[in-house]
Every structure is written in C-alpha cells, then in structure tokens.
Design a protein. Structure first.
Length: 464
C-alpha cells in the first residue's frame, strides 16, 4: 500500500533525509518547509514526481497552510513531525513556540484529519537520569518523565513535546515515537549534509581552540548515524507501526576516552584534556580559548559528564524484522569507524584515510585553515601543523595534499594522483605533481620542481 506522508521540518537535517528514504520506498511525500523550496541532502537536491513541497509554519494553527495546500491533507495517512530547533542556546520563547506549541499544532492536525503521528524526539530527554537511577543506568524506551534533572531548554522542550504526544495517544491518537541520539554521519561513509552542534566542538578541539574542558573520560555518547535514524522512521511509517518508542542509537556507546584515543592517533590533531568540573575555572583559560568556550563549548559540557545508557530492545526488534541491525560504534585500534562518523566535519582529507589500517603519515594530511582541512607538512607535530592559510613554512614550501597513496604496478613506474608526494630519488627530495589549491577565493598553483633545485636542496639538505 502506497502511503501519503506529511513531513514537517522537511528542510531540516533529519527531515530531508527522511523524505528521500520515504520516496525510495514508494511513498508520496508532502514536504512542509518554512522558507526553502528545494530539499537538499548530502547527495544533492531531491527530485521526484511523488514529492510535493508546501510552505507552512508549525508555530501557527493548522501549520499555516494556504487553503490550496490544506486541500491536499485529505489524502495524508501519516504525519512525520521532525520540525524543531536543536540549538542548545536558543531563547526560551523559541523552544516554547517551535518545539512545544509546534507539536501541539501537529497533534491537533493529526486528530482532525485522522492521520497517524510519527513524532521525532530525542533520546537525550533523559537528562541526567543517572543522578536519579545511579551511574551507567539504562534509560529504557518506555521511560519518559522519571524526575530526571535537565540541562538546557532544548531537553526540557523535547520532554514537554513528547508529553503532549503521549497525552494524545492516551486519548486515542495512533502514535509512534523515534528518539535519535547525537545525529552523526552515515554509518558507512560518514557523509552528512551539515556539520553542527557536537561536530563544531570536535573541530575546535582538534584545532587547539578548546584545550581544557570540564568532563570525565568515562562519560559516554550515543551516536545516531543519519542512515539509521531515517531507516527507523521509514520502517515505522511504511509498516504502520503505532504505540511504540524507538531509540535510534548505535549498538554501543563510545566514551570520551575512545574519542581522545582516536584523535591522538593523528599527529596533526590537538587533543584536549578533561578535568573535573570542581577544578575547572573559565578564568584560568587564555583569552582566545575563553571566548570559544563561552560561545560554543559551554553549551555542550553537560554531554561530557553523563554515563547514561539507552535501552534498544524495541528498535532492535523493529530492524530485525527486515534483516537490519544497529551499527556498532568504533572500537578498532585505529578508530577508523569513529573517524568515518566524525572526520568529514573535522577534515575532508582525513575522512579519506579513515579507512586505512593505520593513521596517516605527516605527508598524508594537509591543513588549510580556511576550508577546515587539518594536517601537517613534513615537520613533526605540532610545529608541522599549518595555521597560515594553507601555505608551507618559510624555507620549506613543500605542500602535501593526499589524494591517495602511491601505488606501484607490476614492474612499472609509480602511479600517483595529482597533488600527492612522490619520491623523486636520491639528492632530489620529494616533488609534487601540479596541484591547484583554493583558499578564500585566491588560487595558488603548487608546481613540481622538475629539473630544478627545490627549496629542500637550497637549504643544504640534498643527499650527497
């Protein structure tokens, strides 16, 4: 049976990917957007004859639909409500009007047209559940308001919104709830349309802009790959599930120690230290670090001090019926899977080498400050890390930009993609193929010094 699904927040991170997944399963999708008229995910614009984009506003009754668009609602059998702000520092009135009142308006519409509601919530409405149930306590899928302390307005608003949905279910509305964890890149490729929230914190950490944070290494994070989240939503929609709550999180948690261990394998990355909250003082930070902490880091420190775990029995059963399973977090010695999830936001270059069996060498990673590429030039870290707009150090302008490692054919010469370092032989030093690098709109050309002396030779380092 082909379903007609209204998706609120269709232009958002989860909403857009959910639209693509639902379309791939034969659904007709009414995509409710506030401003944009084109849905774009990590794979580009979404086009389909079964995709109808309508303008609206969930903060208004009947979602602010025009009379023409409202006439389409008669065919809708399911509403996926994903419209919400995920900003941890939004004003309270935004949480109240968008996350809470917006959910009330969607519930009212679902009741009026007789549609089933799939509500996209968050597993982190658990707040500091461990303070109620003890360290490493499990917040199960049937739990909601357990008297847990909440750390920010976002968590509070999502708890209130889900309470609205639960009351509607008690009154007879068909409801299912999907609770994603920390939404991250695709479990296979790491790709995501936009990298915000926790990604921004990790980027500032690896750039050395957040060196000290309050937290504990035993704190755990529940990652939710975007493909898992959209699959759970689509499974619930297409199979007509109602009455269940599903934690869309990975099969296991990762600790801050796991994250630190993985980042430490990459010499070009700075690795911060976590200190007990009681001994942390903002006044002890350097001026620049204090600025980044107050503008960004402060909003996320609550997630660096939690040990709560999430029950996943219902979502495992849901996925098992179609032969699926929860993806596992990275625990390999090189952390390649973890870098698959996080590296694209930190460094597109590093994401290419995250599947290698060992961390990249200094020549394999390049840092361009303006494009958030983090890496090194031949010198050891940290002095080898570039922080000068992507140019090499004075007296050594050898720039490495990894496209792939050199491969040798059977008895043939080295095969190498443009831009990678090639061993030029004794006395010549490494050389580069021609490579174009764009930085802030300025195009610089890195040329190979074929047949000419390199800076490496001019500085008296040629092999004798």
């Amino acid at each position: 049976m082909s379903r007609v699904v209204l998706v609120t927040g269709a232009a958002g991170l989860v909403g857009t990917d959910a639209c693509r997944e639902l379309l791939s399963r034969g659904c007709t999708v009414l995509a409710l957007v506030h401003r944009t008229t084109v849905l774009v995910d990590a794979d580009g614009p979404i086009h389909s004859p079964r995709l109808i984009v309508v303008r609206g506003d969930v903060t208004r009754p009947d979602l602010g639909l025009s009379s023409e668009d409202a006439s389409l609602l008669g065919a809708v059998d399911t509403i996926v409500h994903s419209a919400a702000t995920t900003d941890f520092a939004a004003p309270q009135e935004v949480y109240d009007s968008l996350n809470v009142a917006g959910t009330e308006h969607v519930v009212a519409l679902a009741e009026r047209i007789g549609a089933r509601l799939v509500h996209v919530s968050t597993s982190y409405l658990c707040g500091r559940f461990e303070s109620v149930a003890g360290p490493a306590a499990t917040f199960s899928e049937d739990m909601l308001d357990e008297g847990q302390p909440l750390d920010n307005g976002y968590e509070e608003s999502k708890l209130k919104a889900e309470l609205v949905v639960r009351r509607a279910a008690d009154d007879g509305l068909e409801v299912a709830v999907v609770r994603p964890g920390i939404v991250c890149g695709d479990s296979r490729t790491g790709r995501l349309r936009e990298y915000r929230n926790l990604y921004l914190v990790l980027k500032l950490i690896t750039e050395g802009k957040l060196r000290t944070l309050p937290g504990r290494y035993g704190a755990t994070l529940a990652l939710a790959p975007i493909d898992l989240v959209t699959r759970v939503i689509a499974d619930v929609v297409t199979r007509g599930v109602s009455g269940g709550v599903f934690h869309a999180v990975g099969a296991d948690m990762i600790s801050l120690r796991d994250v630190s261990d993985v980042l430490s394998e990459y010499p070009c990355f700075h690795v911060n230290r976590f200190v007990p909250a009681a001994s942390f003082s903002v006044d002890q930070l350097e001026r620049r670090e204090r600025m980044y902490y107050e503008r960004v880091g402060r909003d996320y420190i609550a997630y660096f001090d939690r040990t709560v775990r999430f029950g996943t029995s219902a979502v495992r059963e849901l996925l098992a019926e179609t032969g699926g399973s929860l993806p596992r977090a990275a625990r390999t010695c090189s952390g390649s899977s973890l870098m698959t999830a996080f590296a694209p936001a930190i460094s597109p270059t590093v994401s290419r080498v995250s599947t290698l069996s060992s961390p990249p060498t200094h020549q394999e990673v390049r840092h361009d400050r303006d494009t958030a590429l983090i890496g090194t030039v031949c010198n050891p870290a940290p002095h080898g890390c570039l922080d000068n707009g992507g140019r090499g150090h004075r007296g050594d302008r050898r720039v490495s930009s990894l496209s792939s490692r050199a491969t040798r054919g059977d008895g043939g010469p080295h095969q190498q993609r443009a831009g990678a370092v090639v061993d030029a032989g004794p006395g010549q030093g490494p050389r580069l193929h021609r490579r174009h690098v764009v930085s802030r709109g300025r195009r610089a050309t890195v040329r190979a010094h074929l047949g000419r002396r390199t800076n490496w030779q001019r500085n008296g380092h040629a092999a004798g």
